[in-house]
Write a protein that binds this ligand. Structure first.
Ligand code: PGA
Length: 255
């Protein structure tokens, strides 16, 4: 498997942080630091910040994403935003299946799949998250679990549509905790995800798939994580809110 065939993508996941004014300031801080990046650079921001982020990133190498989307086009779904609405304002990316959505908002593999479908139908690139809880890792079922999450989420997705999918392995116990497993272990799970794509599609599709790692990736550990053969980028929470740290991770992906 040749890592050089794949595009590394570093995506910030801002979660429920930053007002529009703060979002503009953060993007202005990031812009000059990542302007020469070889890898893809994306900021996924709260819905309320999307308009400002799209404006502030115009003409730059920074893509803009949302943190979720609903599967219906429109209708009686109080508090939701549809994939159609996101694409209508020019959003290019959307995170789907983040563990915080699964844990706190009742997201299931089935609803993740529906959201993936809607996002693809609207031309969005999906950052699709899978990952295990600590109990599941301790039970030794991580590989089975992430394979199953990947399979259900990709149900009904064609090989051609895979070009619009980025898979993100995010062990739940590593998110926002400062804890990471040794990078070889993170790589092992990213490799499981890749071989699941091979099983579902074929070797070429698996080889071309960008598989990110996410969970406490920071300026210090990014080099080691991104050096792993099956890790093609990162989904960055906390460190994406600090321009210098985020830029350091982008630099690590460019090496
Ligand atoms: P973290 O979050 O980098 O703060 O651990 C990652 C994520 O939830 O995507």
């Amino acid at each position: 498997m040749n890592k050089k065939l794949r595009k590394a993508v570093i995506a910030g996941n801002w979660k429920m942080n930053k007002t529009p004014a703060e979002a503009k300031e953060l993007i202005e801080g990031i812009k000059p630091l990542v302007k020469d990046a070889d890898c893809g650079v994306v900021v996924c921001v709260p819905y309320i910040d999307l308009a400002v982020a799209l404006e502030a990133t115009k003409g730059t190498n920074i893509g803009v994403g949302a943190e979720n989307c609903h599967w219906e086009k429109s209708g009686a779904f109080t508090g939701e935003i549809s994939a159609d609405m996101l694409s209508a304002i020019g959003v290019q990316y959307v995170i789907i299946g983040h563990s915080e959505r699964r844990t706190y908002f009742g997201e299931t593999d089935i609803t993740v799949n529906k959201r993936v479908r809607a996002a693809l139908d609207n031309g969005l690139t999906v950052i699709l998250c899978v990952g295990e809880y600590l109990e599941q890792r301790e039970q030794g079922i991580t590989a089975e679990l992430v394979a199953m999450q990947t399979k259900i989420a990709l149900g009904g997705v064609s090989e051609d549509e895979l070009k619009k999918i980025i898979l993100a392995y995010e062990p739940v116990w590593a998110i926002g905790t400062g804890k990471t497993a040794p990078s070889a272990q993170e790589n092992e799970v990213c490799a499981v995800i890749r071989s699941t794509v091979k099983e579902l599609y074929n070797a070429a599709a698996a080889d071309a798939m960008t598989v990110q790692y996410g969970g406490s990736m920071n300026a210090k550990n990014a080099n080691e994580l991104l050096d792993q053969p099956d890790v093609d980028g990162g989904l960055i929470g906390g460190a994406s809110l600090k321009p210098a740290d985020f830029a350091e991770i982008v630099k690590a992906a460019n090496r």
